[in-house]
Design a protein around this ligand. Structure first.
Ligand code: GLU
Length: 445
């Protein structure tokens, strides 16, 4: 494999798609060695076939606001790869959404879903629509317009969307409601559904819970007890909330959360009613964390800053891609960080990841650490197909098992000669091997 050649032809074909190119390059670097040991991969042109999505739907979403004004947003669904199961992945509604971001997310999702051991292919979709500051009625009309276009291309065994940034239980409800009306079926075509209509227990917390199960495994493997350790989290959405709850439950102390306005440091720990307060703050449509520091006077608000400048034992990016850069990585290391794990997708820049690995900092990538979200979506699909609902304990124990399994796969492929576990390499190779084998077995399609 010649990575430079592959990357330059991809850059020529998809100029400016920086996030997508970044995600592809990271995987290629990890798998180069094993790829070269398998001539059948080259013969089947696995890389060339794997880096391009199977297809992309792009559509306009006209909708009417509460004042009667008409708006047009762009909608997408990137069906990336279905070698091991139906396309599966979330929808992101955020002003920053573009094709590069959705292609990177769909590409990552393909490997992440392979790691879960469940039969799910990779996809992603969304819109440049931002639910922030919109009324319920506006969000409903937008979701209905989105689904009027997408419904023909999805289905329980075809493509199963879910939530991501900007798409939570409310949006999934409106999207699924319209899907059901159009498709005239009540099936598991969406995950992240409400509990009353086919959703799974533990799904809302699953990404954060799974992330902490993974981090705990990493620490245990290195003889470190999570109890009493300080944790910096970014974000204060669904993912950060689940992570904060589980970290506290495991005996760690979460000292930061962040929003678009900056971050809050609370030396007493962010748990219990403080998390409820954050959830209230968030559901008030106020996308800022500063009021937390007014509510809890011991906490300090740092405007326009990121939490990585604090001295902590564990750092967990939980917000969005490239939210931790090389300078942040250096600062964390200088402050003696024990473990960094991405709960957001591609939370660290390529330079930050290289720095962690070169300096042997315990680090794990999003596609392993945050796979608990989509894994629990897979469990929701299973429950829907069986027309049953498992208890929270059943779902949680399956989630734990899946995270343990992903951790074991990372070690299998990521153990370096000096004993360092390169989780990036491990996760990329484990995910790639499964997808590549499945693609070869099914011929050139
Ligand atoms: N958006 C989540 C992710 O990045 C969940 C996707 C899903 O449940 O399908 O994995």
């Amino acid at each position: 494999m010649n990575i430079n050649n592959i990357m330059s032809s991809l850059e020529a074909r998809h100029p400016g798609e920086l996030e997508y190119l970044q995600a592809v390059k990271e995987v290629l670097i990890s798998i180069e060695g094993i790829y070269n040991e398998h001539p059948e991969f080259e013969k089947a042109r696995v890389i060339e076939r794997l880096v391009e999505p199977d297809r992309i739907f792009t559509f306009k979403i006209p909708w009417v606001d509460d004042k009667g004004d008409i708006h047009v947003n762009l909608g997408y669904r990137v069906q990336f790869n279905n070698a091991i199961g139906p396309y599966k992945g979330g929808l992101r509604f955020h002003a920053s959404v573009n094709l590069s971001i959705l292609k990177f997310l769909g590409f990552e999702q393909t490997f992440k879903n392979a790691l879960t051991t469940l039969p799910m292919g990779g996809a992603k979709g969304g819109s440049d629509f931002s639910p922030k500051g919109k009324s319920n009625a506006e969000i409903m009309r937008f979701c209905q317009s989105f689904m009027l276009e997408l419904w023909r291309n999805i289905g329980p065994d075809t493509d199963v969307p879910a939530g991501d940034i900007g798409v939570g239980a409310r949006e999934v409800g409106y999207l699924y409601g319209m899907y059901k009306k159009l498709a005239r079926e009540n099936t598991g075509t969406f995950t992240g559904k409400g509990l009353d209509y086919g959703g799974s227990l533990v799904r809302p917390e699953a990404t954060g819970f799974g992330g902490l199960y993974f981090v705990n495994r990493m620490l245990e493997k290195h003889g470190i007890d999570i109890k009493g350790k300080t944790v910096a989290l970014s974000g204060f959405g669904n993912v950060a909330w689940g992570a904060a709850i589980k970290a506290t439950e495991l005996g760690a102390k979460v000292v930061t959360i962040s929003g678009p306005d900056g971050y809050v440091y609370d030396p007493d720990g962010i748990s219990g009613e403080k998390i409820d307060y954050l959830l209230e703050l968030r559901s008030s449509g106020n996308d800022i964390v500063e009021p937390y520091a007014e509510q809890y006077p011991k906490a300090k608000f740092f405007e326009g800053k990121r939490p990585w400048e604090q001295k902590v034992d564990i750092a967990l990016p939980c917000a969005t891609q490239n939210e931790l850069n090389e300078d942040d990585a250096k600062m964390l290391k200088a402050n003696g960080v024990l473990c960094v794990a991405e709960i957001s997708n591609m939370g660290c820049t390529a330079e930050a990841v290289d720095y962690f690995i070169a300096n042997r900092v315990l680090f794990a990538p999003g596609k392993a650490v945050n796979a608990g979200g989509v894994a629990t979506s897979g469990l929701e699909m299973t429950q829907n197909a069986m027309h049953i609902q498992w208890t929270a304990e059943e779902v949680d124990s399956k989630l734990r098992q899946i995270m343990a399994n992903i951790h074991a796969q990372c070690i299998e492929y990521g153990l370096e000669k000096d004993g360092y576990i390169n989780y990036v390499k491990g996760a990329n190779i484990a995910g790639f091997m499964k997808v590549a084998r499945a693609m070869i077995a099914q011929g050139v399609i």
